[in-house]
Design a protein around this ligand. Structure first.
Ligand code: PRX
Length: 712
C-alpha cells in the first residue's frame, strides 16, 4: 500500500517545494516524529498492520475491527455488494450497541467512571457516572421510552439536547431497543429541529429545560414548542415531549409545560427505578441513528448509520487512531450534536470501556485557561478538538497551557484544515511538545476517520491530514475522471474507491439523492455490482503529496464550513427569504481568521422598498430563528440587484469575490455587468471603514472563492 509508507524523496521534502505546489497551496512542511514513549505504549506501533489492511485483504480486513465487539451471532457475509451503492456489512451478524458500550464492561469495570461530566459553571461539581450507574440510567430511560412512550424497534426519536449526560444516556437507551435516535445540535433553532422531526417522522421529542452557555442559563424548552409548531406545518404530529431538568427540582424555562404532551422525566422515571430492559439483539445492518447534515439543496440530509458496521468502525479507529486504552482519560471537546461527538465522545470510547469526559459549555468560559484546568483536574491524557477552538484559545490565551500541570499523550484535530502556524502552537503550547497530533479528515456521512496519520507509525506533517487510514483507498479524480497523481501538485476531487464499514447506508427517505450526490459523478457502470465501479465522492477538493499525505482544501459544493459546521447556502437563503421585504438572497463565504469561514448574505428587496438597518436585522433574526446562531451572518448587504447570468442565475462566485477582496473573474457575459462595480464599491468601502479588510488570500483560498457556486 504505497500511500501508507513514506518514500525517500518525500522524507526530505521540507523546504524543497515545486513551483506547482506553491501555486495551489501553502508550503509543504517538514515532519514531526512521535516520541519513543508514545510509541512504546501505542495500540498500533507495528507497520505490519498495513499488510493486514492491504487492498488484497479487503473486505475481510475489517474483521479485525468487528472482533473488538461482542456479537450475539457472527456474520456470514462480510460485505454484500448485491445492490450498489447500498453496501451491507457483516450480514447475518447480530449485536446490540448499548450492550457493547455498557453491559459488557460491568464485569471488570463496574465502578470505573464511564462518563465524567463537567458543568460550565465552575463552582458546580463534576459528575462521575460509573459504568454501573450508566447501566442503571440507560435501562431506566429505555423503560421510559418503551413503556411510557410506546417506542419500538425501528421507530425514530428526536433529541434536541445540549451537552448534558442525559444525552448519551438517551442515545444508549434507544440503541438498547433498536430505536433510531436523531440528535439535533442543541444550538440549532426550534424551526431547524422541527424540520428534522418531520423528516425523520419522530413522534417523540426529548429535550431539557435549560443549559449553560457562556455564563448564561439558556431557556431551551422554548425551542421545543417552536419545533413542534414547525413539524406540524409538515404534517408531523409529536405525541410526547420528555423534558429533563438541568437542576433537579427547578424549572429553567419561561414556557409552560403543555398538559398531556410535555412530561418532566423526573416525574416519571420513579416508576421505572432499577427496571432492567434486555438489550435487543439487532441485525448488524439495522440503523442505529440518523445525523442530519447540510447539502447543496435546502432539505437537510438524514445520514443513516448502521449498527454493526458503524460500531466496528468507530471502535477500531478510536483504538488505533485515538490510541484509546481502557485506562486513559479521554476528552473530546466536540458537541455530541455533531457526528464527531457521536463517534468519538460516545460510541467509540464507551465501546472501548474508557473514561470519556463531557464538558457542557464554551471552552473560553470563564477564561481561556478553562480547558487546561479541566485537563489538570481530571488527569486527561487524550484531547480532541477543532481548529476553530485551537485558534480561539491561542488568540485569547497563548500562554495559558503552560500554567497548568497536565500532560497529553495524544491530541486530535478535526473538521477544517488547520494552518501550520496554528498546528505548531497546538503541538508546542497545548501538547507541550510531548503529545502526538492526528489531523483527522472525514465527514458526517463517513462514520469515522478517512485520512489521518497512524500516530505511532507515521510522522506528522502540519497542514496535511496524512495518508488514508487503514482499509481506505482514496483516489483523486479530475473532472474527466482522470486520476490526479500524487506529487503532481495538482488538486482534484477526492473519492474513496472502496466501501468501508462506517459509511452511511443512505439518506433517510431520499435514496435517489444518496446515489446521485455521492456516487453518480464517477460511477463507471451503473449496472455493475462490483464495488470498484462505485467510488464515493467526498465533496472535497484535495491534493496528494509525493509522500502519500493528503491535503484537504475544502468543499467543492455550495456548503460553507463555519467553525467546522457545515451550512448549506440554500438553507441560509431560504431563511432570508422568509423576511417579507426580501425578493432574492445569496449566501457566500468570507475568510475568517478565527472560524475559518463566515457567512455573508446578499439580499435584494421587493420593488418600492428602500434599504434599512431594520431589514438587515430582520434577515439576521430570520437566520437565527430558522437555523440557529451558529449560522448568523457576519454582514447582510442590501443590493439593488444581484449579478446574474443571462438565464437569470445568481453568480455567487462574483459576490464571493467582492466579499473577499478577490478577483471576481470574467463578468462580461453577465446580463447586468454594470452592477458588479456598484456592489464592489458599496461593500468594500464599508468594510474598509469598519476595519474588516481581509489579509490577502492565499492562492488556494482564491481558488476556493472562484469555484464557489459551481455546484448549481
Ligand atoms: O470539508 C471537509 C471538512 O469538513 C467537511 C465535513 O464536515 P462534517 O460533515 O460537518 O464533519 C466534520 C467532522 C467530521 C469535510 O467535507 N473537514 C473535516 N475534517 C477536516 C476537514 N477539512 C480539512 N481537514 C480536516 N481534518
Amino acid at each position: 500500500m504505497a500511500e501508507q509508507h513514506l518514500t525517500e524523496s518525500s522524507a526530505s521534502d521540507s523546504g524543497q517545494v515545486s513551483e506547482s505546489q506553491i501555486a495551489v497551496h501553502w508550503r509543504e512542511e517538514g515532519y514531526y516524529f512521535p516520541s519513543a514513549r508514545f510509541i512504546g505504549q501505542a495500540n498500533a506501533s507495528d507497520p505490519g498492520i498495513f499488510d493486514r489492511f492491504s487492498e488484497e485483504r479487503f473486505p475481510e480486513c475489517f474483521k479485525e475491527y468487528a472482533d473488538l465487539l461482542s456479537w450475539d451471532a457472527y456474520w456470514h457475509t462480510t460485505l454484500d455488494t448485491s445492490n450498489p451503492p447500498f453496501w451491507k456489512w457483516f450480514v447475518g451478524g447480530r449485536l446490540n450497541a448499548s450492550y457493547n458500550c455498557v453491559d459488557r464492561h460491568l464485569e471488570h469495570s463496574r465502578n470505573k467512571a464511564a462518563i465524567i461530566w463537567v458543568p460550565e459553571p465552575e463552582e458546580e461539581s463534576t459528575q462521575a457516572i460509573t459504568y454501573q450507574e450508566l447501566y442503571r440510567r440507560v435501562n431506566e430511560f429505555a423503560a421510559v421510552l418503551r413503556d411510557f412512550c410506546g417506542l419500538k424497534t425501528g421507530d425514530r426519536v428526536t433529541f434536541h439536547m445540549p451537552m448534558i449526560p442525559e444525552l448519551p444516556v438517551a442515545m444508549l437507551a434507544c440503541a438498547r431497543l433498536g430505536v433510531i435516535h436523531s440528535e439535533v445540535f442543541g444550538g440549532f433553532s426550534g424551526a431547524a429541529c422541527g424540520d428534522r422531526i418531520a423528516d425523520s417522522g419522530s413522534r417523540i421529542l426529548v429535550t431539557v429545560d435549560g443549559y449553560y452557555r457562556n455564563g448564561d442559563l439558556i431557556d431551551h424548552k422554548v425551542k421545543a414548542d417552536e419545533a413542534l409548531e414547525a413539524a406540524a406545518k409538515f404534517g408531523q404530529e409529536v405525541d410526547k415531549v420528555l423534558v429533563f431538568k438541568r437542576h433537579p427540582g427547578q424549572y429553567a424555562s419561561q414556557t409552560p409545560m403543555v398538559e398531556g404532551r410535555d412530561f418532566f422525566v423526573d416525574d416519571i422515571i420513579g416508576d421505572y427505578r432499577n427496571k432492567i430492559v434486555e438489550p435487543i439483539s439487532m441485525p448488524a445492518e439495522a440503523p442505529l441513528f440518523l445525523m442530519y447534515t447540510s447539502g447543496t439543496t435546502g432539505r437537510p440530509k438524514g445520514c443513516q448509520h448502521s449498527t454493526g458496521g458503524y460500531l466496528s468502525y468507530v471502535t477500531g479507529t478510536a483504538k488505533y487512531y485515538q490510541d484509546i486504552h481502557p485506562e486513559d482519560t479521554y476528552w473530546c471537546a466536540a458537541d455530541i450534536g455533531w457526528i464527531t461527538g457521536h463517534s468519538y465522545i460516545v460510541y467509540g470510547p464507551l465501546s472501548l470501556g474508557t473514561t470519556t469526559v463531557m464538558y457542557e459549555g464554551v471552552p473560553t468560559y470563564p477564561d481561556p485557561g478553562r480547558p487546561w484546568r479541566i485537563a489538570e483536574r481530571l488527569g486527561v491524557n487524550i484531547f480532541h478538538t477543532a481548529p476553530t477552538t485551537i485558534r480561539m484559545l491561542r488568540k485569547l490565551g497563548p500562554d495559558e497551557p503552560a500554567k497548568y500541570n497536565y500532560h497529553f499523550k495524544h491530541m486530535t484535530t478535526v473538521g477544517e484544515p488547520i494552518e501550520p502556524e496554528v498546528w505548531r502552537w497546538y503541538h508546542e503550547a497545548v501538547g507541550k511538545g510531548e503529545a502526538v497530533i492526528v489531523d483527522t479528515w472525514w465527514q458526517t456521512e463517513n462514520g469515522g476517520f478517512l485520512g489521518s496519520t497512524l500516530p505511532a507509525v507515521h510522522p506528522m506533517k502540519p497542514g496535511s491530514c496524512g495518508p488514508s487510514v487503514l482499509g481506505i483507498f482514496p483516489v483523486i479524480y479530475d473532472e474527466e475522471r482522470k486520476e490526479v497523481p500524487a506529487g503532481s501538485g495538482r488538486a482534484g476531487n477526492i473519492c474513496i474507491r472502496n466501501p468501508w464499514p462506517g459509511i452511511f447506508q443512505t439518506i433517510w427517505g431520499q435514496p435517489e439523492r444518496f446515489v446521485q450526490t455521492y456516487y453518480e459523478k464517477y460511477c463507471a457502470d451503473k449496472d455493475s455490482k462490483d464495488w470498484r465501479d462505485w467510488p464515493y465522492l467526498a465533496g472535497d477538493g484535495a491534493l496528494q503529496a509525493a509522500d502519500g499525505y493528503y491535503r484537504i482544501l475544502g468543499r467543492i459544493d455550495d456548503v460553507i464550513n463555519v467553525a467546522g459546521h457545515r451550512l448549506g447556502t440554500k438553507e441560509l437563503e431560504s431563511a432570508a427569504l422568509t423576511v417579507n421585504e426580501i425578493s432574492e438572497a445569496a449566501a457566500v463565504p468570507v475568510i475568517d481568521e478565527l472560524r475559518g469561514r463566515a457567512v455573508e448574505m446578499y439580499v435584494s428587496l421587493k420593488p418600492g422598498l428602500s434599504p434599512s438597518e431594520d431589514i438587515q436585522q430582520k434577515v439576521v433574526e430570520a437566520i437565527d430563528r430558522e437555523i440557529g446562531k451558529i449560522a448568523r451572518p457576519k454582514s447582510v448587504w442590501i443590493v439593488a440587484d444581484m449579478p446574474k447570468t443571462r438565464s437569470g442565475k445568481i453568480m455567487r462566485r462574483v459576490i464571493a469575490g467582492i466579499s473577499n477582496f478577490a478577483d471576481v473573474g470574467d463578468v462580461t457575459t453577465l446580463a447586468n455587468p454594470e452592477i458588479v462595480e456598484d456592489i464592489r464599491h458599496y461593500v468594500q468601502s464599508e468594510k474598509v471603514q469598519r476595519g474588516e479588510e481581509p489579509r490577502p488570500l492565499t492562492p488556494e483560498e482564491e481558488e476556493e472563492i472562484k469555484a464557489f457556486g459551481k455546484a448549481e
